[in-house]
Design a binder for this molecule. Structure first.
Ligand code: NAP
Length: 411
């Protein structure tokens, strides 16, 4: 431990496990962490199968452990690290990734695996009582009450990294920053949304948009799945559900406004009429650094905000006809039970099919709607096994609708 050299007496040195290390959030996290070697150690890095990228990260950060879900890729990484004379121990498979999430040598886990694949590793971290920095919103959307109960019973601390939820967290009073509990005095929370790349595209042209156009976000540089979710605004819908679980707010008290400049990251409106907002340059290193260092503040390498240069900040209501996925998310949240999980599964199948050019952009909402209507409503899953079963069942129905869409279009 090197704490005796630290400027803050109460600061505790943190040992970090980074799940989703080779992705966009992974890169931003490592950028912040390497600015503060006296505060953070990169103890473990995990990803899916991109072993070349993980090898490079191991060279740079020298973690004690690495893991890849894919066994063949893990074997290639082991060989590569031996060639580099690095001592990093490489684990593999789902068990390997989950082992790192619950590693006794680490206290902090940044959960940035994309999609439902992040559920089990993130749950492993919360059950092990870690300080969990949550980027992987799909894990919470899928797990819902089950996930929050695991946070409580595991004695974990949950800190939101999604920029909107991190903004709300920052606008809540210190004593009330216990995730999952509605803060007395809050009337509503308002999530801001950039509106994505198709905010002003003529509706008739949306049918023809390509994966490349959908992934070209005007403000944020992100992974492909979340980029498509931003274009459909399903991302904001998933965030509404995430906000419900994180802050204990009902759907009716969670609003969404379009704010193309992405400077105001969200608002909290109090009963007395006060509205608190968090502002900053659109750079994920800000919420990541805030969550990593909480309750302190550290340098994140982010360009300072120049409000005078910005001149205007604009806000508008999302057009319902343009963003049907947003309405589907509210519908799922209001329906309760397994509906959010079903919607998330359908969306993941549909987005993957769109990225693989099997269906068109507008088919994403169509598939999600069809699956939500077809899969029987059931109680919210009470075990992880039942959550995974519901997820698999919804994916099978979604795949059937994808096939029907793609054969209709001759894709
Ligand atoms: N990017 C943002 O600005 C942003 C903002 C807010 C929230 N988020 C959330 O953060 C999460 C990550 O987003 P991202 O943009 O960083 O995604 P990304 O760039 O696509 O990276 C995904 C990461 O997850 C790994 N991964 C994927 N499937 C996995 C599996 N089954 N097991 C283990 N690792 C797996 C990938 O490994 P490989 O490289 O080996 O495939 C990669 O490291 C998402 O839930 C997203 O919604 C992102």
């Amino acid at each position: 431990m090197t704490t005796k050299h630290l400027p803050f007496e109460h600061f505790s040195f943190k040992r970090l496990v980074l799940l989703g290390a080779t992705g966009s959030i992974g890169a931003s996290t490592l950028d912040v962490v390497t600015r503060h070697p006296e505060r953070f150690e990169v103890t473990a890095l995990a990803a899916h199968k991109n072993w070349e990228a993980l090898r490079e990260l191991c060279r740079r950060h020298r973690p004690r452990y690495a893991a890849l879900l894919d066994e063949t890729a893990a074997q290639a990484l082991r060989q590569g690290l031996r060639d580099d004379s690095l001592k990093t121990e490489v684990l593999s498979g789902a068990a390997g990734v989950q082992t790192l999430a619950a590693l006794p040598e680490a206290d902090t886990v940044l959960a940035a695996i994309t999609g439902a694949a992040g559920l089990l590793p993130t749950l492993a971290a919360v059950r092990a009582g870690k300080r969990v920095l949550l980027a992987n919103k799909e894990a919470l959307v899928m797990g819902g009450a089950l996930f929050m109960e695991a946070v409580r019973s595991g004695g974990a601390t949950l800190l939101p990294v999604d920029s909107e939820h991190n903004a709300i967290f920052q606008c809540l009073p210190g004593a009330a920053q216990q995730c999952g509990i509605r803060v007395p005095g809050v009337r509503k929370i308002v999530l801001t949304a950039s509106g994505g790349p198709f905010r002003e595209t003529p509706l008739a042209a949306l049918r023809e948009v390509t994966p490349e156009q959908a992934c070209a976000h005007p403000v944020w540089k992100m992974g492909r799945k979340i980029s498509v979710d931003s274009a459909t605004m399903m991302n904001k819908g998933l965030e509404v559900i995430e906000a419900h679980w994180l802050f204990g707010m009902p759907a009716a008290a969670i609003d969404v406004v379009i704010h193309p400049q992405s400077i105001v990251h969200s608002f909290v409106e109090y009963l007395d009429g006060s509205v608190l907002a968090q502002l900053g340059s659109p750079d994920m290193r800000t919420p990541i650094a805030q969550a990593l260092a909480f309750p302190e503040r550290i340098e994140a390498g982010v360009t300072a905000l120049d409000l005078v240069a910005l001149k205007t900040l604009t806000f508008s209501a999302p057009e319902r006809g343009r963003f049907p996925c947003l309405a589907l998310a509210y519908q799922a949240l209001n329906a309760g039970g397994n509906a959010a999980l079903v919607l998330n599964a359908a969306n993941e199948v549909a987005v993957e099919a769109f990225l693989n050019r099997r269906i068109g952009f507008l088919d994403i909402a169509y598939v999600c709607d069809a699956v939500l209507s077809e899969v029987p409503m059931a109680m919210a899953p009470v075990t992880v096994e039942s959550a995974i079963d519901f997820d698999a069942a919804a994916r099978r129905v979604a795949e059937r609708h994808v096939m029907a869409c793609s054969s209709r279009k001759g894709m």
